[in-house]
Design a protein around this ligand. Sequence first.
Ligand SMILES: Nc1ncnc2c1ncn2[C@@H]1O[C@H](COP(=O)(O)OP(=O)(O)O)[C@@H](O)[C@H]1O
Ligand SMILES: O=P(O)(O)OC[C@H]1O[C@](O)(COP(=O)(O)O)[C@@H](O)[C@@H]1O
Length: 440
Amino acid sequence: MSDTNPFEIERLGASQYESPLKLSTTKGDHLFNFVSETDRLVFDLSLERYNHCLNTGETPICMEQAGPRQHIFFESNKTTAAIVTCGGLCPGINNVIRGLVMALHYFYGVKRIIGIPYGYEGLNPAKGHGFVELTPEKVRDIHQFGGTFLGSSRGAQDVGIMVDTLQENHVDMLFAIGGDGTLKGVNALGEEISKRNAKISVVGIPKTIDNDIDLIDESFGFETAFDVASPILRDAHNEATGAYNGISIIKLMGRDSGFIAASAALAMPVVNFVLVPEMNFGLEGENGFLNILEQRLQQKKHAVIVVAEGAGQQLFEHRQEIKDASGNIKHEDIGVFLKEKITAYFKGKETPVTIKYIDPSYIVRCAPANSSDSVYCSRLAYHAVHGAMAGKTKFVASKVNNKYVYVPISEVTKKRKKINLEGEFWFSVLQSTGQPFSLG
Ligand SMILES: Nc1ncnc2c1ncn2[C@@H]1O[C@H](COP(=O)(O)OP(=O)(O)O)[C@@H](O)[C@H]1O
Ligand SMILES: O=P(O)(O)OC[C@H]1O[C@](O)(COP(=O)(O)O)[C@@H](O)[C@@H]1O
């Protein structure tokens, strides 16, 4: 946020050009419904956040209504835009790329759009990836596919070198599609750009299937993730019921937050246990997971367990902290661990069980976006372009309390969003599964 007014989204300068936006209809041309620049709002605090601010005296977060501005900062036909995708894959990345290119080209007449290959690595010339020229023809069909058309990467790059690359290539605006790490990167790029007094707008479009970005309603692709996971759970249930004391264990992604596992279990209510990183559960003893599972088998003769990859890490005795190239902790394999523990437990009791272990993590992550996410991705992309063209910088385009808004990047990277184990969402999961409130 700017030093002068903590409520404002940063701007590169005063908007100077008339927006070229027009909508043609058979009834004649009419202008877009522009969002007034004086309509800066501190709005959309949830009741929970409102109470938090009241109790702590914290300043409410400024969000601006997203949408086209009548006066824009960049002269469209002299503008160069760049797009980069970083971090793990997620359904909908290609829809966002496509939406950005179409909006830049058709809404504003931006002629030069470059794709940065392989994440922030592509902004380091030493890596030799070059650039990809992006046109409407090139991106026309990419929304039909999962993954990212541009490629992605993890790992730190020198911020100074990246800004050098942007300046040397006359880039006016950079759109970075990524999660927590990417957005921190956008912020760092924005700081360096300000130091150099350069007029480059940097914009984040939050992406992660873990749905762990703070403040925003949901990250795109998250809904597709549990949509894709649902039939897998259905079939895992068929496997479990097809054998006497059948147990299916399905591992889903969720490094620090268990939203995919919990939502998938609600979407396909055949699940009996959901284990998420937010829980601190034990295996042994009367209330331990193994005993509760045994009771379940005695009553129903089958069980379906969904486990998020970051769950139960406290159960590993000699845990080594291994990190990926970006510094994210790589968790021990809780799925395989549970399978072994359950096998050993029932063997010790001479109880026959049939265990099926299913890990669809990467299949879920690289699926194409479903219709609902496709709508969301297009709208996010259009709003990101409107904000950048108006000269706003260091913001994310997103949806908060069901409204499209611009939020200062620094506000969404302060902490990760997690399931509130005292909240209605988690209680619904417990009610749906019949799982006890605490395990062990
Ligand atoms: N504080 C930071 N400053 C600059 N770049 C960062 C920062 N944190 C992460 N990055 C970079 O952002 C990229 C994506 O981060 P990563 O954590 O892998 O994925 P995600 O964006 O999905 O969380 C990586 O290239 C990483 O080095
Ligand atoms: O194996 P990879 O590609 O490093 O990714 C694994 C991680 O990526 C995710 O899918 C998403 O993580 P990011 O938000 O950091 O992109 C996590 O659920 C998972 O832990």
